[in-house]
Write a protein that binds this ligand. Structure first.
Ligand code: SF4
Length: 117
């Protein structure tokens, strides 16, 4: 009986996550700075994902994440990346399975993002 309850809770959480992520994705697509065609975002994100070293990763991240600086939906974007367990660039950071990392580091050798002043 306990296993059944745990299984049901996990299933409901998964359904909730998918719904939340889908709703947030709609907001990002309609209002995000990177959703405008011609930004070069996709190519920069691919370059970051395949960067062989931190210097290349930093260059690629800069090309993409400059759009996040004044993006009106950056908070929703960070929420989406967390809930969707995203891997890639979003909301001014690098993400791996929903965890935030320093975008100036590679996906294969990430460093946690420090926000301390
Ligand atoms: S915060 Fe950055 S990644 Fe997110 S929607 Fe805006 S421009 Fe795109």
């Amino acid at each position: 009986m306990e296993n059944r309850r745990v299984w049901r809770t996990h299933k409901l959480n998964r359904i909730w996550r998918h719904r939340e992520a889908a709703e947030l994705a709609l907001v990002l697509v309609s209002a995000g700075n990177c959703a405008v065609p011609g930004t070069g975002w996709n190519q920069a994100e691919i370059s970051h994902a395949t960067a062989p070293n931190s210097s290349t990763a930093a260059d690629a991240a800069h090309q993409a994440l400059k759009f996040c600086i004044d993006c009106p939906v950056i908070n929703e974007c960070a929420q989406w990346a967390t809930i969707d367990r995203y891997t890639g660039l979003a909301a001014g950071s690098s993400w791996i399975r929903g965890q935030e990392y320093d975008p100036n580091t590679t996906i294969n050798n990430p460093r946690p993002k420090t926000t301390a002043a």
